[in-house]
Structure formats: structure tokens, C-alpha cells
Write a protein that binds this ligand. Structure first.
Ligand SMILES: C[S@@+](CC[C@H](N)C(=O)[O-])C[C@H]1O[C@@H](n2cnc3c(N)ncnc32)[C@H](O)[C@@H]1O
Length: 283
């Protein structure tokens, strides 16, 4: 598959994702909440597109020792749920970047609604080539997104470039175990737009090679196994909305790909990891 086709597959996947700005606003309305009075304390329960909700954001904040004076880059920020949460709770400044324009449009609108746009801003862009100066950010975070990015060496090098010396980089991602087969990787590429999946060891080696020192790695296989089966139920609960918006065939294709993915956590082919790395000062 060419680079353009791979990028196109990720865009198609997120432009038709069951979690969207529209779906969030509809759910708020169904719960009797008026978007005019929206606050981050409310929205944070609706807009997190990763595993573990706001607790997962706190885990990254704690790992990095997040401070008010930090400028954070949320790499692959999606609709901006973690960006808003961190800015609101830790009083820091956050910039989010995402490949999918519709995600950034939604992120900006949701941020204006919660009046956090003075401290949180967003840009459309590819994490493999980011529109930021060298050594701009104190902290980089990312959640459940690097699986969609094909070249982890280039990705980590680009993350290193925009991080200040001694800056902190904390992220979570879907990982493979030695049990994963080529056939499984191919199905995950077709069904979930996962371009390249790494193991704990290959990530650690890439981080060390591209300018970071690995400080800590946490194994998330078991908590994610539990979270993912709940998430599958949640997506199935959105069936009517998804069918109405994208059609039955889309829902069936999505459901089949997602349940295959979730099953791989039950059988141990997939795992998850939370990494903390520190940017080595230039020598
Ligand atoms: C599972 S969502 C995570 C969103 C967000 N991190 C959160 O936790 O709510 C993954 C996001 O990665 C973005 N993405 C995928 N490939 C990317 C790339 N090469 N550069 C920037 N963003 C990318 C997608 O557009 C999508 O919004």
C-alpha cells in the first residue's frame, strides 16, 4: 500500500468513527444537558477517545509530573478531550495536532463551548512532520494513536525534535506480543487502519535510538482487556446512530473489525503499554 493510501485509510476510518462531535452533542442533549452551559467538568465524561477515560489522562500527568508552567503537545489529539482536560485540571497550556481535519474542527468548537480556547489550541497536521519549531514543548503526550502511524522511527524522531531538552514524553499505545501473526496484522490494517504495531521492546529501542531515555514502561494488557470489552458494548449501544449516519453495511463492517480486535486481548496476541521517556539533552 502506498503512503497516500495508508493515510487515506486512517482519514476514512476517523471521518466515519462512532465517536464524533455530532454524536457527543446529541448524547449531551439526550442527557438533558444544554450545550450553551457546557463546562469541561461535564464534557470530560463524553469526549475521551482512548482507553480508561480521564483516569488515563491523570496517569500521564502524574508520570510526567505535569506543572502549570508546562506547554504540552497532545500528539494525535482527536476531538481534544485529553487536551481540554489537562489544561482545565492542571492549568497548563496545551496544543493538539491531528491528521483528520474533521477532528480538529470538532476539537476547536468543543473547546470554544467550554471557554478553554485561551489555553488550548489545535492544528491539523501529520505527526510524522509537525509544523512546530525545534524544542518547543516541555511535555508530549499521546493516547491510542501511534498504531495508525507507519514509521515509528520517523515519528519518535519528530517527537524528539519538538521536545525541549529534558522534556518528558508519555504515551500509551496498542502493542503486539510474540504470538501475533502476519495474518492478524493484515486484518488489523484492513479493519482498524493500524499501520504498524510495535512490541514493548521495539518501542523502547526506537525511543533510545531517536533521542529519548526510557524511564518507565507499564504493561496495560489486563486493564485494557476489561476496558475493551466494555467499549465494544458501548459502540454496540450506538448502533442506531451509526446506522442512521453511515448505513447498516458500515456498522456491520466496523462491528466485525472491532470485535476481532477486542478478541485479541482475550487470547493474548495484543497488549498495551504506557511509556515515559525523557528527552536527552544534545551532546
Ligand atoms: C483513537 S484517536 C485518539 C484521540 C485522542 N488521543 C483521545 O485520546 O481522545 C486516534 C487519533 O489519531 C489521529 N491520527 C492518526 N494518524 C495520525 C497522524 N499520522 N498524524 C496525526 N494524527 C493522526 C486520528 O486522526 C485520530 O484522531
Amino acid at each position: 500500500m502506498t503512503q497516500d493510501k495508508r493515510t487515506g485509510a486512517v482519514l476514512d476510518y476517523y471521518n466515519a468513527h462512532p465517536i464524533s462531535e455530532q454524536q457527543i452533542l446529541e448524547k449531551l442533549q439526550r442527557d438533558g444537558l444544554n450545550s450553551k452551559d457546557l463546562t469541561e467538568d461535564i464534557l470530560q465524561n463524553y469526549d475521551q477517545d482512548h482507553y480508561g477515560g480521564t483516569d488515563a489522562n491523570d496517569a500521564l500527568a502524574e508520570l510526567t509530573g505535569l506543572r502549570e508552567s508546562d506547554h504540552v503537545l497532545d500528539v494525535c489529539c482527536g476531538l481534544g478531550g485529553p487536551s481540554r482536560y489537562l489544561a482545565h485540571k492542571y492549568d497548563c497550556r496545551v496544543t493538539g495536532i491531528d491528521l483528520t481535519e474533521s477532528r480538529i474542527v470538532g476539537a476547536r468548537r468543543l473547546t470554544e463551548m467550554t471557554r478553554l480556547d485561551g489555553r488550548v489550541d489545535f492544528q491539523t497536521g501529520n505527526a510524522l512532520s509537525m509544523p512546530f519549531e525545534d524544542a518547543t514543548f516541555d511535555v508530549l503526550i499521546s493516547q491510542e494513536a501511534f498504531c495508525h502511524i507507519p514509521d515509528k522511527g520517523q515519528l519518535v524522531a519528530e517527537c524528539a525534535r519538538v521536545t525541549k531538552p529534558d522534556g518528558r514524553f508519555a504515551f500509551t499505545d496498542i502493542l503486539v506480543t510474540p504470538r501475533v501473526t502476519e495474518d492478524i496484522r493484515t486484518r488489523l490494517l484492513a479493519g482498524m487502519a493500524f499501520q504498524e504495531l510495535n512490541s514493548t521492546e521495539s518501542y523502547a529501542a526506537t525511543l533510545e535510538r531517536e533521542g529519548f531515555e526510557v524511564v518507565e514502561v507499564q504493561n496495560l494488557a489486563e486493564p485494557w482487556r476489561i476496558i475493551l470489552s466494555e467499549r465494544l458494548k458501548m459502540y454496540r449501544g450506538l448502533k442506531d446512530q451509526t446506522v442512521e449516519r453511515y448505513g447498516q453495511a458500515h456498522f456491520d463492517k466496523w462491528d466485525s473489525a472491532y470485535s476481532f480486535f477486542v478478541g485479541l486481548y482475550e487470547t493474548g496476541e495484543l497488549s498495551g503499554g504506557r511509556f515515559l521517556a525523557r528527552r536527552r539533552p544534545a551532546t
